[in-house]
Design a protein around this ligand. Sequence first.
Ligand SMILES: Nc1ncnc2c1ncn2[C@@H]1O[C@H](COP(=O)(O)OP(=O)(O)OP(=O)(O)O)[C@@H](O)[C@H]1O
Length: 270
Amino acid sequence: MEQRDAKFIDIHQAEMVFNTRKGQFHALRDINLTVRKGEFVTLIGHSGCGKSTLLNLIAGLLMPSDGVLICAGREIAGPSPERAVVFQNHSLLPWLTCHENIYLGVERVFATTENKSALKERTKAALAMVGLSAAGQKRPHEISGGMKQRVGIARALAMEPKVLLMDEPFGALDALTRAHLQDELLKIVAKTGSTVVMVTHDVDEAVLLSDRIVMMTNGPAASIGDIVQVRLSRPRERVALAQDALYAEYRTSVLEFLYRKQAHPAAQAA
Ligand SMILES: Nc1ncnc2c1ncn2[C@@H]1O[C@H](COP(=O)(O)OP(=O)(O)OP(=O)(O)O)[C@@H](O)[C@H]1O
C-alpha cells in the first residue's frame, strides 16, 4: 500500500510536442515526476515554460506525445472527475446559481449512487467549506472574483477528486484576497487530505503551500530543473513564517533557480 501511495501520480518520460502551423514545437522533454497521496506539489517556472501543459497532461486534457502518466494505478487516458481542475478564471456557468454550479459537478459523480437530497447536502457542505453558505442562490455576476474562485474550488472538492489540479487559481486576484484564499486552501487541504498539483508564478505562494516545489527550466523542450522539498511543519501561518529562517532559505532557493539559473530569456537579452 505504502509503495503504491508513494507513486500516487507517476509521470514517466513524458514528452509533449505540439503540431503548429510553423511545424512541430517541443514543449516538454523528459518529464519524470511522482507525487505521493496527500502531497501538495507546486509547479513553478517562467512564463511559457510548460507548467499548464504539464498540468493538462495530468488532467487528461492533453495526451503526451511520448511517455506514460499514471494516477492511482491507472493510466491517464482522458479527463475524469477523479482529477478535478480549478482554472484561473473560475469557469462557472453564468446562468446557474453558485449552488447549481456545484450541484452539477456533484450530480456527475454521485447521481448513480445517491438520492437528490444527499446530493443537495453535499452541495451545501461544499459551499460551507469555502464559507459561502449565504451565497448559494447568487449567480456568478453577483459575487466578487475571490468568491467565484471559492465556488470553483468548492465545485472541484465536492466531487471528492483523488487529485485536485489548480492552474494559477489565485492569479487574477488582488494580493489580500489571494492571501486569504491561500490560508483557506491550507485549512481545507488539511481537512480533506487532498493530493494537490498547482501551477503558480508566486514564490511565496509556492513555499507557503507546498510539500515540494517543482522548478521547471525554460522552454522550448522544458524539463524539471530541480525540486525543493519544503520541510516546514503544518499548520502553517503566514505571519509567523515571515520571520522563519527556513522559510527564507526555501524562498531564496526558488528565487535563485528562477532568476540566476533560469534567468528569463527576455531578461538575459536586456
Ligand atoms: N496547443 C498548443 N499548440 C502549440 N503550442 C502550444 C500549445 N499549448 C501550449 N503551447 C506552447 O507550449 C509552451 C508552454 O505553454 P504553457 O501554457 O504550458 O506554459 P506556462 O508555463 O503554463 O505559461 P504561463 O505561465 O505563461 O501560463 C509555450 O511555448 C506555448 O506557446
